[in-house]
Design a protein around this ligand. Structure first.
Ligand code: CP
Ligand code: NVA
Length: 313
């Protein structure tokens, strides 16, 4: 069994860098944190005296608040900043920024436009760098998604998840990564232009090892029989210039009652949020009995605690 020590000091930029055992370890720990939370055991001194710096280039509700609360409940001090408030906004390089703040803080969580910015930050900071969302991946979200599926379906193995919509965005990518680690069948149902063909190449080894299967399709009928239907916005942060085109192309991929009927009554509905109601999902689905989106959002707190404690102790 993996122990906390094996994760200490590591970056958390992509779950590709974590073994299946390590991912399961983080999920188990998240479950422990959640159960303790409901027994009233919310605060600890485990990371007292440590500081988390958050640098967010883009807006955030769930990631920002859950990380801040998770860190606070573990005893940490948290500093939040956007690049405009730092010299980064006036041209100081990521490398120089990382070298400096690394002397002050114990972990850096960053939300960036370019995934390479995280890699660059990690190259120059000894402290763990945590991906709080990039254009390529959102591993904190994927952990919360897996925890939610585990709770609702009662198992982590052999799950079948259909991601419907923008198949080549950060959320779809991280779902594929965690699915590949855990041996799931992930069906990406998306217009051909947005198939994650290139990203999939990086998963070949995990797919072979775990027997996971990634199916790519442009047909919403392929959501039939899955354990979960997952969607995300059609226009991710940074893609605003393509908004009009995207809204047109993705229209047939809206998750509505008809799509949920195709998927079947066993299918839960998932969304990382924020949702654009009336676009990628209708009100009746997101507010309906199959929806687990609020539990999914809550799980961001418990999984963030698991990540922080594992990287820092
Ligand atoms: N799901 C998620 O990461 O939401 P925020 O953009 O609000 O952090
Ligand atoms: N794909 C979305 C996810 C938001 C949490 C975006 O990047 O804007």
């Amino acid at each position: 069994m993996t122990n906390v020590k094996a994760l200490r000091g590591r970056d958390f930029i992509t779950l590709m860098d974590y073994t299946t055992e390590e991912v399961k370890y983080l999920l188990g720990l998240s479950r422990d944190f959640k159960s303790r939370y409901y027994q009233g055991d919310r605060y600890s001194d485990a990371l007292r005296g440590r500081t988390l710096l958050m640098i967010f280039e883009k807006p955030s509700t769930r990631t920002r608040v859950s990380l801040d609360v998770a860190a606070t409940q573990l005893g940490m001090h948290v500093i939040y900043s956007n690049p405009q408030e730092l010299q980064l906004g006036r041209g100081e390089t990521i490398a120089d920024t990382a070298r400096v703040v690394d002397r002050f803080v114990d972990a850096i969580a960053a939300r960036v436009y370019k995934h390479e910015s995280l890699v660059e930050m990690a190259r120059y900071a000894v402290a763990p760098v945590i991906n709080a969302l990039s254009d390529q991946e959102h591993p904190l979200q994927a952990l919360a998604d897996a925890l939610t599926l585990w709770e609702v379906k009662g198992r982590l193995d052999g799950l079948r998840v259909a991601f419907v919509g923008d198949g080549d965005n950060n959320i779809a990518h991280s779902l594929m990564v965690i699915g590949a680690k855990l041996g799931w069948e992930v069906r990406i149902i998306s217009p051909r232009k947005y198939w994650p063909t290139k990203f999939m190449e990086s998963l070949t080894e995990d797919l072979r090892r775990t027997g996971a299967n990634i199916i790519i399709s442009d047909n919403t009928e392929d959501a039939r029989g899955v354990d979960a239907v997952y969607t995300d916005v059609w226009v991710s942060m940074g893609m605003e210039a393509e908004a009009e085109e995207r809204r047109k192309i993705f229209r047939p991929y809206q998750v509505n009652s008809e799509l949920m009927r195709v998927a079947g009554p066993q299918a839960i509905f998932m969304h990382c949020l924020p949702a654009h109601r009336g676009e990628e999902v209708t009100d009746d689905v997101i507010d309906g009995p199959q929806s687990v989106v609020w539990d999914q959002a809550e799980n961001r707190l418990h999984t963030s605690k698991a990540v922080l404690i594992s990287l820092l102790t």
